[in-house]
Design a protein around this ligand. Structure first.
Ligand code: MV4
Length: 496
C-alpha cells in the first residue's frame, strides 16, 4: 500500500494522513467546496474537490469517492469516523473496485449495524446483556410477556439505531402499546427498518467501551477501556483511559467479552465494544462500533500504539505484532472535545470565525485539530473543532495538566466547550471518579461557568505584555538598521 485516499475531513483526515506519511504512504484528500482552505487539504499529497458543502453532495458520495480513488491510483481508502465509515455497502463497493477498505469487512459492519444481529452474535459467546429481547418484537402480547420478567422502566430500541438514536423509555404498562407503535413508525422513517426490541432500563449507568484490534489471521486483543460517561444528548464531551472505577479483574472480564464480540463477527481492524456498567459494576454489552472512534487518542496515549498505523497494517494483511500479554497500561489520559457550542446556552452550536486561535503546548499535551486561526467554522458539519488530550503518569497529573492546557488554549470569535471542560475537571464527583451518564444533568447549570474561569484580567495583562514585547523587538530591529553593517559586535550584543 503506497497511496491511500482519506474519505473524511477536519481533524481526523489530518490525523490519518500524519500516520500514513510516517509509513511512507502518499495521501489523497477529497474535499467539499466549503473545505478548500482546510489544513487537511493542504497536507495531502494530492487533493480533489468532490462537490458542494452539504455532505450529501460531497463526503457521502461513495461512488464519486471511489471514482476519484481509481483515477488517482490509490490502493486503500480510510473512511475515518462518521460519513461512510460504517456503511457496509460502501465497504463492499471499495473492495469490489479492487481497493482495500481500511476497516473491517462489509459483513462485520453489516452484522454490527443491526443491534439485534449484534446481540444474537454476542449471545452465542455468553456475553452479558441487559435483560430483554434478542429478536424483533412481533406483538404487544410478546411485549407484555417480556415486561413481566424485566419490570419497568424499560427501553424500546430500534435495531437499526445505535448511539442513542431511536430509543424510548417506558415507565408504566399503560404506555407500552402506544410507545411501541411510535417507536416502530419512527424507526421505519428514520432507518427504513421498523424492527424494535425491549431492554430493561438501567438507570444511572456508566458508559465504558473497550478498544479491540483484530488481524485477518484470527488474532484479537483488547486495548483496555475508555470511560465515556460525560456526555450530553449522546455527544461525548470528556473521555478518559483507564476508567477509575474498573478493577483489574473487571477489566480483564470486560476485555475478554469484547474480544468475544469481535470474534462473533470475525472482526478485523480497530473496533469498539460498548458496555453499560451499573452501580454494582455489572457490565452489559450494548453495541459495537466498527470504526476508529473520535476518542481513540486516550487509548493511544496509555498503550503507546498508533491505532491508524495498526489499522493500515491490518488492512495490508499483516499479523498483529504483539499479543495481549505485551500490552500494559502506562499512566492516564483525559480528552476534552472542543466544540463550537455555547455551554452557557444549552450547548447550542455557535458558528463564526476563529479570530484568535492559539494552542496549548508542553509535555503530555496533544492537540488533534483541523482548523487554523482566521478560518470560519462551517455550519454543514459536526461542530467539533479540536480534541485536547492530556497524558499524565497518574490520573491527577493528567487532570491538572488538562486544566493547565485549557487555560492556555486561546479561542476567540466562537463559543466553545473549553469553559465547560475547565469546570467539569474540577468537580468533586469528577475528581473522585464518582460519576455516571447523568453527570451533566446532575451538576451542570450555565451559572457553573461564572466561577473558576481563568482570570480575564490576567489574560489581558499577558496579551498586553506580549504586544509590548513584539513592538519593542520591532523598534530594536529598526534601531539596529541604523548601525553600520560593519559593526557586527554591536549588532550581536543588541540582539543578544
Ligand atoms: C441503555 C441505557 C439504559 N438501559 N440501555 C444510549 C446510547 C446507546 N448506545 C445506548 N444508550 C443507552 N442504552 C439500557 N438498557 C442508557 C443509555 C444511555 C446512554 C448510554 C451511554 C452513554 C450515554 C447515555 C445517555 C443516555 C442513555
Amino acid at each position: 500500500m503506497n497511496k491511500i485516499l482519506v474519505a473524511n475531513r477536519g481533524e481526523i483526515a489530518l490525523r490519518i494522513m500524519r500516520s500514513a506519511r510516517e509509513m511512507g504512504i502518499k495521501t489523497v484528500a477529497v474535499y467539499s467546496e466549503a473545505d478548500r482552505t482546510m489544513p487537511f487539504v493542504q497536507y495531502a499529497d494530492e487533493a480533489v474537490c468532490i462537490g458542494p458543502a452539504p455532505s450529501s453532495q460531497s463526503y457521502l458520495l461513495g461512488e464519486k469517492i471511489i471514482a476519484v480513488a481509481k483515477e488517482k491510483g490509490v490502493n486503500g481508502i480510510h473512511p475515518g469516523y462518521g460519513f461512510l465509515s460504517e456503511n457496509a455497502r460502501f465497504a463492499q463497493q471499495v473492495a469490489d473496485a479492487g481497493i482495500t477498505f481500511i476497516g473491517p469487512s462489509a459483513a462485520a459492519i453489516e452484522i454490527m449495524g443491526s443491534k439485534l444481529a449484534a446481540k444474537q452474535a454476542a449471545q452465542k459467546f455468553g456475553v452479558p446483556m441487559v435483560p430483554g429481547t434478542e429478536t424483533p418484537l412481533r406483538s404487544i402480547a410478546e411485549a407484555n410477556e417480556v415486561v413481566k420478567k424485566t419490570g419497568f422502566p424499560i427501553l424500546i430500541k430500534a435495531s437499526a439505531g445505535g448511539g442513542g438514536k431511536g430509543m424510548r423509555v417506558v415507565n408504566t404498562p399503560d404506555e407500552l402499546e402506544e410507545q411501541i407503535r411510535l417507536a416502530k413508525s419512527e424507526a421505519l422513517s428514520a432507518f427504513g427498518d421498523d424492527a424494535v426490541f425491549i431492554e430493561k432500563y438501567v438507570s444511572s449507568p456508566k458508559h465504558i467501551e473497550i478498544q479491540v484490534l483484530g488481524d485477518q489471521h484470527g488474532h484479537c486483543v483488547y486495548l483496555f477501556e475508555r470511560e465515556c460517561s460525560i456526555q450530553r444528548r449522546h455527544q461525548k464531551l470528556i473521555e478518559e483511559a483507564p476508567s477509575s472505577c474498573i478493577t483489574p479483574d473487571i477489566r480483564e472480564a470486560m476485555g475478554k467479552c469484547a474480544v468475544d464480540v469481535a470474534r462473533a463477527c470475525n472482526y478485523y481492524g480497530a473496533g469498539t465494544v460498548e458496555f453499560l456498567v451499573d452501580e454494582q459494576l455489572n457490565f452489559y454489552f450494548l453495541e459495537m462500533n466498527t470504526r476508529l472512534q473520535v476518542e481513540h487518542p486516550v487509548t493511544e496515549l496509555i498503550t503507546g500504539l498508533d491505532l491508524v498505523k495498526e489499522q493500515i497494517k491490518i488492512a495490508r494483511g499483516e499479523q498483529l505484532s504483539f499479543s495481549q500479554e505485551d500490552l500494559k497500561i502506562n499512566g492516564h489520559a483525559i480528552e476534552l472535545r472542543i466544540c463550537a457550542e455555547d455551554p452557557a446556552n444549552n450547548f447550542l452550536p455557535d458558528t463564526g470565525k476563529l479570530e484568535t486561535y492559539i494552542r496549548p503546548q508542553g509535555y503530555g499535551i496533544r492537540v488533534d485539530d483541523g482548523y487554523e486561526q482566521g478560518m470560519d467554522i462551517p455550519i454543514y458539519y459536526d461542530p467539533m473543532i479540536s480534541k485536547l488530550i492530556a497524558w499524565g503518569s497518574t490520573r491527577e497529573e493528567a487532570r491538572h495538566r488538562l486544566i493547565r492546557a485549557i487555560e492556555e488554549y486561546l479561542v476567540k470569535g466562537i463559543k466553545t466547550t473549553l469553559p465547560f471542560g475547565h469546570w467539569a475537571l474540577q468537580q468533586p464527583a469528577f475528581i473522585e471518579g464518582n460519576f455516571d451518564t447523568n453527570f451533566i444533568n446532575k451538576y451542570f447549570t450555565p451559572s457553573s461557568l461564572h466561577t473558576n474561569l481563568p482570570d480575564i484580567n490576567q489574560v489581558a495583562a499577558l496579551l498586553a505584555a506580549y504586544v509590548w514585547q513584539q513592538n519593542n523587538l520591532n523598534l530594536q530591529e529598526a534601531a539596529i538598521g541604523t548601525i553600520p553593517s560593519s559593526s557586527s559586535w554591536k549588532k550581536r550584543n543588541m540582539l543578544r
